[in-house]
Design a protein around this ligand. Structure first.
Ligand code: NAD
Length: 364
């Protein structure tokens, strides 16, 4: 299918969407505006986009779809500008992490018939076009929030486009979106940042807490490495919902403190067992909200070249490694090298190869 797609902003998310569209719709015509030129030039030379612009102007009238992919407050400004250049059938979307403000703007500008908010539930701690990839969207939920007057045909066309890129569309109201993401994304980022700051504040002079911060601490605070600019913006844009879920969370923490103070064995047990049961009920499948990771552990001798020889061995078999590294803080006895893969077949194949070479390997 030949579609014309415009991008306003070509960073991590805009670049990943453009690459996915290029992959699944090779005949598509892709236009892009970006504030800085290097990303645009790179995208053009890689054949990801066809036309690059240093301004948002009438060229975008040719688009069937336009994606606003800059930070939320900038998307709002670009929406105002684009209003003059939209073709009557264009579907205008965004990728912002908060939806309330942009929907309000769409209503005020009279764009409620063509604006379908979008939020790919995929990302990375890294930003910029250079980190973008088509597979970022693969099997990720992609929330769509159609404005009030968008007709069914447009919603269906857009849902199909998202699904054809390998993502999983989920239609919600923008109010539902902002409440749900406050609970499962915005609050966890605040909690992760606060936990890291807690250790920074409480650590001993010789920084032993930092030194031995083990797997569990690292897992729960991974997202504290995200962009401070982006998360500052998100908190400023979704204050009511974040405040509402924070209140409940603070109440739960106070409850936990009472249980600890009172040595309430039964309630403490309930705290952990209820959480464990609910956590285990969250599907860790490609389609589930938690992405499954494919990891193997391997004992290697602590000598130069140990990691390199395994990486070479796997590379020779065309196995794609997502992440590789020594674990210094082990929560279980065996295996010092942790290797993560994109796909399960790669993990299985690597396991076979390493076993054959007499490496001692483990999976969990
Ligand atoms: P990014 O930094 O990789 O890209 C942002 C883009 O916006 C860049 O092209 C940059 O040049 C442009 N930009 C920034 N400020 C601008 C300005 N003042 N004027 C014009 N252009 C400007 O960031 P990203 O992660 O791709 O985020 C883009 C959008 O995607 C945001 O709205 C964010 O809420 C949303 N989002 C991000 C993630 C994530 O995990 N990174 C996930 C889902 C949605």
């Amino acid at each position: 299918m030949k579609i014309t797609v415009g991008f306003i902003g070509l960073g991590l998310i805009g670049g990943s969407l453009a690459k996915a569209i290029r992959q699944f719709y090779p005949d598509s015509h892709i236009l892009a505006y970006n504030r800085s030129l290097p990303a645009l030039k790179a995208a053009k030379s890689e054949g990801v986009v066809d036309e690059i612009y240093s301004e948002v102007d009438y060229h975008f009238r040719a688009c069937d779809y336009i994606f606003l992919c800059t930070p939320v407050s900038n998307n709002i400004q670009f929406m105002r500008l684009l209003k003059n250049y939209l073709s009557p059938d264009c579907i205008l979307s965004d990728v912002g992490s908060v939806k309330g403000m942009i929907h309000q703007q769409a209503a005020e500008l009279g764009l409620s018939h063509c604006f379908i908010g979008g939020h790919p539930m995929a990302g990375s701690e890294k930003t910029g076009y250079e980190n973008s990839k088509a597979r970022l969207l693969e099997n990720a939920y992609y929330i769509l929030t159609p404005a009030e007057n968008v007709n069914i045909q447009k919603i269906s066309d857009y849902t199909e486009l998202i699904s054809s890129l390998g993502a999983i569309p989920l239609v919600l109201t923008h109010q539902e979106h902002d409440y749900i993401t406050a609970g499962i994304s915005h609050l966890p980022h605040i909690v992760a940042a606060s936990l890291v700051n807690l250790v920074r504040e409480l650590d001993t002079e010789d920084e032993h807490m930092k030194l031995i911060a083990a797997g569990g601490f690292k897992d729960i605070t991974r997202i504290a490495s995200s962009s401070p600019d982006m998360w500052q913006q998100i908190c400023l844009e979704n204050p009511e919902n974040i405040s509402r879920v924070l209140d409940v969370f603070i109440r739960m923490l106070v409850q936990a403190r009472c249980q600890v103070d009172q040595k309430d064995a039964q309630e403490l047990y309930n705290l952990f067992s209820q959480a464990r049961d609910y956590r285990d009920s969250i599907e860790i499948l490609p389609e589930g909200p938690l992405k499954k990771s494919y990891i193997l552990y391997c004992d290697i001798a602590d000598e130069p070249g140990g990691i390199a020889s395994i990486a070479t061995l796997l590379a020779m078999e065309q196995i794609n490694i997502k992440n590789i590294g020594i674990i210094h803080n082990r929560e279980f006895e065996e295996g010092v090298l942790r290797i993560e893969f994109y796909e399960n077949p790669d993990c299985e194949k690597a396991l076979g190869i390493l076993k054959k070479r007499n490496y001692i390997t483990y999976t969990r």
